[in-house]
Design a binder for this molecule. Structure first.
Ligand code: G3H
Ligand code: ZN
Length: 284
């Protein structure tokens, strides 16, 4: 069923597991992730960046594609369609009007007061329509689509408390050393801050930059209140590797299904692995 991410995250935080947000780029990504979720009986969040939505045609195309697949595949597990790193109130509103069940407003590059003001306006609009809201503080390193960061800035726990108290968000992504894309060396996550931020409220925390984080850090994050982990690059790497191998082994191939089927299979396997790692399998 198509739902917001509110209930699944509350349940995850309470029972000690995290739900994966897997970013979609096209039909095959969406198929792979939905099939993985159904097979694992896991709740799932489909992450859609503004760039990926543009690539696929727009927010409405995304919603219709997801609904179509859920119907044809008889998907019964909880699924959220979530705007990833929404850049403005207008973009969040557009996504919600198209049928997204969840949005992230990323005003983390703004001053705290402005971040709070924009986030609050999104919460007011979204909650009236049963849509969940994620906000961010601090700076996640690396690059994802239009989101480019030079360095990494750890979120400040006092600022997190203020943002949470003043906005009524459903989950918070405090940047604590994670990076979009591959890590250079071992990630250095701020667990002390994570624990402190999590203890300030019942709010589920979100970990961005899930690709390349060692399992011991994943488990630690979950034990410190992380109930949502975003993964994008890992699926892209594994999916593209399968395409390369398929085409390298068959120079005559031209039917896209010949190389996109292995891509889809590779993404599905990767997603199933993450669901087991995050503990969300059999929690639908
Ligand atoms: O918002 C999406 C993520 O934070 C994905 O990060 O590409 O490093 O897995 P990743
Ligand atoms: Zn992110």
């Amino acid at each position: 069923a198509l739902v917001s991410m509110k209930e699944m995250m509350i349940k995850g935080k309470k029972e000690g597991y995290a739900i994966g947000q897997f970013n979609i780029n096209n039909l095959e990504y969406t198929q792979a992730i939905l099939l993985a979720a159904q097979e694992e009986q896991s709740p799932v969040i489909l992450g859609v960046s503004e760039g990926a939505a543009r690539y696929m045609g727009g927010f409405t195309t995304v919603v219709h594609m997801v609904k179509g697949l859920m119907h044809d595949y008889k998907i019964t597990v909880p699924v959220a369609i979530h705007l990833d790193h929404g850049s403005s109130f207008e973009k969040c509103k557009e996504a919600i009007e198209a049928g997204f069940t969840s949005v992230m407003i990323d005003a983390s590059s703004k001053q705290l007061a402005e971040n709070i003001e924009i986030t609050k306006s999104v919460v007011d609009y979204a909650h009236e329509r049963g849509v969940s809201v994620e906000a961010e503080l601090g700076v996640v390193g690396g690059q994802e689509d239009d989101i480019i960061a030079e360095g990494v800035i750890y979120a400040n726990p006092a600022e997190c408390k203020e943002l949470v108290d003043k906005t009524g968000i459903d989950c918070l992504a405090p940047a604590l050393g994670s990076v979009h894309g591959p890590y250079k060396g071992e990630p250095n996550l701020g667990f002390k801050e994570m624990e402190e931020i999590s203890s300030q409220s019942d709010l589920p925390l979100v970990l961005h930059g899930g690709t390349g984080i060692p399992i011991k850090d994943i488990q630690k994050s979950i034990s410190f209140g992380t109930a949502k982990i975003n993964v994008n690059t890992e699926n892209q790497i594994q999916g593209t590797k399968a395409v390369r191998e398929t085409l390298a082994a068959d120079a005559e191939a031209y039917d896209p299904r010949k190389f996109l089927t292995p891509m889809r299979d590779a993404i599905k396997v990767t997603v199933i692995g993450k669901m087991r790692e995050f503990g969300s399998s059999q929690k639908a």
